[in-house]
Design a protein. Sequence first.
Length: 133
Amino acid sequence: PEGAARNQSVTAVTVTPGGKVIVSRTGGLPTPKQRDEAVKIFGEGNVKFVSGGKSGNAEGVAGHHAEARAINAAGERAAGSRQATSHYACEHCASRQRAAGVDNVTGVAAENDGKVTRPLTHVDQGLPRDGKK
C-alpha cells in the first residue's frame, strides 16, 4: 500500500516462547494472501490469525493496532514473545510491548524520527536492485 493506506495497514507476526505464531493486522483479519503466506512459512495448523473486527481488539488506546491485537491474542503467553511488524511501533504499542514483556524486533517510531512507516524495499532504502551500496 502507498500513502495513508500504508500508514494504516500494519501487520504483526508474533512468536510466543512456546513457539505459537500469531499473525495480526490493524483493525481486521489478515488478508487472504497474508494468511496463505503465513501457512506456507509456518505450516498448516501452526498459525493463529487474530479475528477481524472489535472481537480481536485489546482494551484501551490503540487496542485495534496489530501489535496490541497480537498481544491480546497471546494472553498470558505474551511475556517473552518476539514481535516483528511491517511498521515501527507507535508510542502506545511500544509501551504495551514493554508492559507485556514482548520483544519488539522491528523498532519504534520514537527512534525513527517519529515515523511509523519504514523502508520495506531496496528502493525505499536507496539501494540498487542487487542490494549492494
